[in-house]
Design a protein around this ligand. Structure first.
Ligand SMILES: [Zn+2]
Ligand SMILES: [Zn+2]
Length: 489
């Protein structure tokens, strides 16, 4: 019985993800005899390792000691960064500059030190810390430090759907040929569109994870969220916050959507159903949402209600989404350009149209995903700089719910629904209560923003109340998510 206990504890630790990464210390002292020589520091990499991190520390800078860094895996060369970096990592899906991503063979690896300079009488102690992460750590994102580009709460503007050379994105080459389009061009287009974040969502692949990781330090105002458009014969869905490949062979190796949904939610990512109302057929194979077996919609976080220019009409996803709300499923409405061409030539949709505005606690992957789940989110069809739409419901007893939040109201209780809009004229507001639309009269407040209010009496039942912005011609300009009344969560 006692012998079983350590195994049981280890299994428990593994199942709760509490198992710490393994850290190895390799230390020594360099002397004048190491001048212009190399040293190999061997260490063992066990099977199942998915990221190797190497960090070098020494205090010889003041004495002009220089230590170069490189890495050999069990098969040979893995990378070299010279004196450019003191910490590097390689994983199955990405690697620091100068290093090769890919499978990590088990066996004897070596940290390679080169010593271009150490003075004859100097002794420089060094310490190399090697950290090993397994596949579960990598899939759950435990192997990367959260990146916060801005630590202030507020509205952040992004595009949650785009493709590049890593799937079927294309653009014009220098000579005008249609070629697979470099991802960097889409990211630059996002900057020109004034976006704060993008999700790059390639079809059924994660080959872009490495490029995103390498580009992120340069894009220090544009958060790059690795995504994947799970593209099946029974519909498409974007997963935001992927750390590795996901199953997509629905009806083959994947029996239905539900195991994928569990895997996505367990890893801290979230899934959004894409363009649900597009047709499925020879014009757009598998594009519409046509699951052959029941989907646990409670595990779905969002729906792409505006894909590219499809904001109105039968191809927009608004009707599908509102039917989900009517059935008591609380899904956040988002938008995505589905840009396949950052130049937007040949009639393709530009990056940023539509934009999705997200009220988040910070500009970080974790905060943006949490905010999408929470639902204070607005789709801005035309990506109008500075535009803003917000909504709240305040009960007469003083309790208040913001967009995305829920309020419990008993039958007979009164509340005020208040919308606030910053948008160029002409634009008008429309309240939507349980799918029924009614125009809202706007008044300009002293602060210059326009507000509309609706007095509303609860009947003790479940309801959702939201607001849209439309142009003079009736076209949808902005779509707001609901406040919820008497919803269970
Ligand atoms: Zn799609
Ligand atoms: Zn797409």
């Amino acid at each position: 019985m006692r012998a079983l206990l350590p195994a049981l504890l280890a299994a428990l630790a593994a199942s709760t993800g509490a198992e710490a990464a393994q850290t190895l210390q390799l230390q020594g002292t360099l002397t004048g005899a190491d001048h212009q020589r190399y040293r190999e520091l061997p260490f063992e990499v066990p099977a199942g390792t998915a990221r190797v991190e190497v960090a070098l520390q020494h205090a010889g800078d003041g004495e002009r000691t220089v230590i170069d860094l490189g890495l050999l895996d069990a098969h040979g060369f893995r990378g070299w960064s010279g004196g450019a970096r003191r910490s590097i990592s390689v994983s199955r899906y990405d690697a620091s500059g100068g290093y090769l991503p890919g499978a990590l063979p088990a066996g004897r690896w070596k940290v390679l030190l080169g010593i271009p300079n150490i003075r004859a009488t100097v002794r420089t102690p060094y310490r190399v810390e090697v950290t090993l992460w397994d596949e579960a750590d990598v899939q759950a994102g435990r192997d990367r430090a959260p990146l916060v580009l801005r630590d202030t709460a507020g509205w952040y503007r992004g595009d949650l759907h785009m493709h590049s050379t890593h799937s079927d994105g294309s653009c014009s080459s220098q000579q005008g040929a249609k070629v697979p389009c470099p991802l960097f061009l889409s990211l630059q287009a996002a900057v020109r569109q004034g976006l704060d974040f993008v999700a790059v969502t390639e079809h059924n692949t994660v080959s872009h994870l490495e490029e995103l990781a390498r580009h992120q330090p340069w894009f220090d105002r544009l958060l790059l969220i690795p995504g994947m458009e799970v593209t099946t014969f029974q519909g498409h869905a974007n997963v935001f916050g992927v750390n590795g490949p996901l199953p997509f062979r629905l009806g083959d190796t994947l029996p239905d959507w539900n195991p994928l949904l569990r895997q996505v939610n367990d890893s801290g990512a979230l899934l959004s159903i894409n363009h649900p109302a597009l047709p499925s057929g020879e014009d757009c194979m598998g594009c519409g949402w046509t699951p052959a077996t029941p989907v646990d919609m409670g595990a779905v976080a969002a729906v792409e209600v505006v894909n590219a220019g499809q904001a109105d009409g039968p191809r927009a996803g608004v009707g599908f989404w509102e039917r989900q709300l009517q059935q008591g499923r609380r899904l956040t409405a988002i938008g995505g350009s589905d840009s396949h061409n950052p130049d937007a030539d040949g009639g393709t949709t530009p990056v940023g149209l539509p934009a999705t505005l997200v009220h988040a606690q910070a500009l970080s992957r974790e905060a943006i995903l949490a905010a999408i789940r929470q639902g204070r989110v607005v789709v801005d069809v035309a990506n109008v700089a500075g535009s803003r739409l917000d909504l709240s419901l305040q009960a007469d007893d003083g309790r208040r719910a913001a967009m995305g939040q829920a309020l419990a109201l008993q039958a007979g209780q009164w509340a005020t629904l208040e919308a606030e809009l910053d948008y160029p004229d002409p634009a008008r507001l429309e309240f939507i209560v349980d799918g029924r639309r009614q125009p809202a009269a706007m008044a300009r407040d002293a602060d210059g923003s326009r507000r509309a209010r609706l007095r509303w009496q609860a009947d003790g039942e479940r309801h959702w109340l939201r607001v849209d912005v439309r142009g003079d011609d009736g076209r949808l300009l902005m779509l707001g998510n609901p406040v919820y009344v008497n919803w269970p969560h």
